[in-house]
Design a protein around this ligand. Structure first.
Ligand SMILES: *Cc1c(COP(=O)(O)O)cnc(C)c1O
Length: 366
């Protein structure tokens, strides 16, 4: 069985965690500070603020931005539900922009189409590890006076036009177990905004600048040194992790390029994609349906996933939700029916990739 994701904790990480366990500082301490500095360096930004997961990174950012209460966040409906949940939790309204079928991301054009006077914030998702077209989106946001929050949960080290994910606005990252860089659970916010970084640090720590000096109503979103100790060694190797994933994706695209019924994932020429997921579309020309192809992959010992089977808001629990403005997003609605993500992680061998591509080919040919 070739799994869609694999977590391997090496001896260096074990030693780092053991050192924290023996240090007596097991909550937020010096290792978190070190992880923050290294992560800010990776993204080329002034500040990185660690939190306990990617969802709280988004919630904290949306709450600490200086945007009027009750205004609207424009985002993608084709993402993990955390994007939507975080916006709802922050108290803002949510409105959706459609995605591009080539990149699966929102575009400046789709955001412009979905915009209303109530929009204060755009929250593009760098889906599967590829940046949305952030130069155009930043220009639009600047003209409209919108704040930018990047859902970069899947995009550690991704680049657009030489700029890193998380450097266009406030970047929110996740270190959940299956992400390209993991601490089990964990999150990070990146920003060049001194004021926002300061507010985020206070907010995550019960609103305290110093012990019992409350400056705002805050919460506990702190990361621990145990998590930071898991992340630091991986951060040192992030270039190798990205290079291995890029190599694997390149080979899959080569092997699947002329297969009828399969569309391989597109990459903008301005982008460096970090391949959190390698996602193909099963389209007209495939003899089998998408779900039959998935059954065939499973029978062939290939782990695969549908990210995501429905739009985030397309569930009974969000039906008629008072904070959600429903707008039709026909391309995103089509994508949920067509996508299949294949293994692309850094531990795959060339022979694994050939096996995966063969199973896709025999799958669509019926
Ligand atoms: C993983 C993920 C999140 C949430 O991160 P957690 O650390 O699981 O809370 C948010 N958005 C996207 C797109 C994700 O993939």
């Amino acid at each position: 069985m070739i799994p869609i994701s694999t977590v391997r904790i090496d001896e260096e990480i074990e030693q780092e965690v053991l050192a924290v366990l023996r240090s007596g500082t097991i909550a937020q301490g010096p290792r978190v500070a070190e992880f923050e500095t290294s992560f800010a360096d990776l993204c080329g930004v002034k500040h990185a603020v660690a939190v306990n997961n990617g969802t709280t990174a988004l919630v904290a950012t949306l709450k600490m931005l200086d945007v009027p209460r009750g205004t609207t966040v424009l985002t993608s409906p084709f993402t993990f539900v955390a994007t939507l949940n975080a916006a709802l939790e922050s108290g803002l309204r949510v409105r959706f922009a459609d995605v591009d079928p080539f990149t699966f991301n929102v575009t400046a054009a789709s955001l412009g189409d979905a915009a209303t006077a109530e929009v204060s914030t755009v929250m593009p998702v760098h889906l599967y590890g590829q940046c949305a077209e952030m130069l155009s989106i930043s220009e639009l946001a600047e003209n409209e006076g919108w704040a930018i929050v990047e859902d970069a949960a899947q995009a550690h080290g991704a680049q657009h036009s030489g700029h890193f994910a998380g450097s266009f606005g406030a970047g929110c990252f996740s270190f959940y177990a299956t992400k390209n860089l993991t601490t089990g659970e964990g999150g990070m916010i990146t920003t060049n905004d001194d004021h926002l970084a300061d507010r985020l640090r206070i907010f995550r720590n019960q609103g305290m600048r110093q012990r019992y000096q409350y400056e705002m109503s805050g919460t506990n979103y702190r990361m621990t040194d145990l998590q930071a100790a898991i992340g630091i060694p991986q951060l040192k190797r992030i270039d190798q992790i990205i290079a291995a994933r890029q190599r694997n994706a390149g080979l899959l695209t080569e092997l699947l390029s002329d297969v009828e019924g399969v569309v391989t994932p597109g990459v903008l020429p301005e982008n460096s994609h970090v391949w959190h997921q390698y996602t193909i579309r099963i389209v007209e020309g495939s003899v089998r349906t998408r779900d039959e192809v998935i059954d065939h992959l499973a029978e062939s010992g290939i782990g695969c996933g549908i990210y995501y089977p429905r739009l985030t808001h397309d569930y009974d629990c969000f039906n008629g939700h008072p904070q959600i403005d429903l707008v039709p997003t026909p391309i995103a609605s089509q994508m949920v029916k067509e996508v299949v993500s294949l293994p692309v992680h850094q531990y795959l061998l060339t022979s694994d990739l050939e096996k995966i591509a063969d199973a896709v080919k025999t799958g669509v040919r019926g």
